[in-house]
Design a protein around this ligand. Sequence first.
Ligand code: NAP
Length: 258
Amino acid sequence: MFTSIAGRAVVVTGGTRGIGKGIAKVFAGAGARVLIVGRDAEAAKAAVTEVSAGGAEISHVLADVSRREDCERIAATATQRLGGIDVLCANAGIFPAAPLAEMTDEDIEEVLGTNLKGTILSVQACLNPLAASGRGRVILTSSITGPITGFPGWAHYGASKAGQLGFLRTAAIELAASGITVNAVLPGNIVTEGLDDLGEEYQAQMAAAIPLRRLGTVEEIGYAALFLATDEAGYITGQTIVVDGGQVLPESLSALDG
Ligand code: NAP
C-alpha cells in the first residue's frame, strides 16, 4: 500500500531504550538502515543486539544531544555509515519530576537542555544530509504533557515539550524549500521499562483514565512515526499526531463512565 522505505537511512536519538527503541524496531522491521543514539554504552549495545536479531541493519553511536559537537558527530557518523540521512527521529528526552516551588536552575537547564535544545541541535546538525536526501523527514517525539495537558512536577518538562512544537512550526516553513518535512508525534502514557518499574497497580490506575482502557506500546508510537516518514505523507508538514488512546478527550472522570 505505502511505498517501501527499505534501505532508507534513519537516525533515532534516544533509540537505546523505551519509545526510541520501539521506533527503531519499527523502522528496522520496514527494512530501513538505522543508527540509534544514547549516552549509555551497555543500553545501546543491548538495543542493537535486540533489534538486529531479526536481521536488521542497526548500529549505535554514543552522544549527548544537549551538546552541539555530539550532534555534529551523530550526523557525521550517519553520513559515513549509512551514506546520508533520510529520516531523523529526534526522540531523546528526560522527565525528572520537580515541584515548581522547589525547581532549581539545574533542574530547568537539564530538562530544557536535553528535550528542547537537544531537539534543535540534533535537527540543525542533520540539515545538510536531510536536504541532500531530497525527501528528508524530521519526526519529533513531543508529548501530550505540555502541548495539551499538565501534570504536577512536570512544569519544566511540559514547557520543553510545548517548546518543541513552537520550534517545529517555524522549522517546517524554513526547511520546506529543501524538501524536508517536520512533524511530531505526541504520545500519551506508553509502556516502557521505566513505567514497568512503577508496578501493575500504577499502570491500572492510569489505564482507567484512558478511553481505550490501556496504555500504549512503543511500537504504536513507532508506526505513527513510520507513517510520517512515508512518501505518501510527503505533503504533511508542521503537524502533530496524538497517540494516546483518547486520553486527552474526557471533559471529566464521569465522561469515562458511559
Ligand atoms: P526512556 O525510556 O527513559 O528513554 C530515553 C532515551 O533517550 C534513552 O535512549 C536515553 O539514553 C536517551 N537520552 C536521554 N537523554 C539523552 C541525551 N542527553 N542525549 C542522548 N540521548 C539521551 O524514555 P521514553 O519514555 O522512551 O521517552 C522517549 C521520548 O518520549 C522522550 O522525549 C519523552 O519525553 C517522550 N514521551 C514519553 C512518554 C512515555 O509514556 N514514556 C510519553 C510522552 C512522551 P541514555 O540515557 O543512555 O542517554
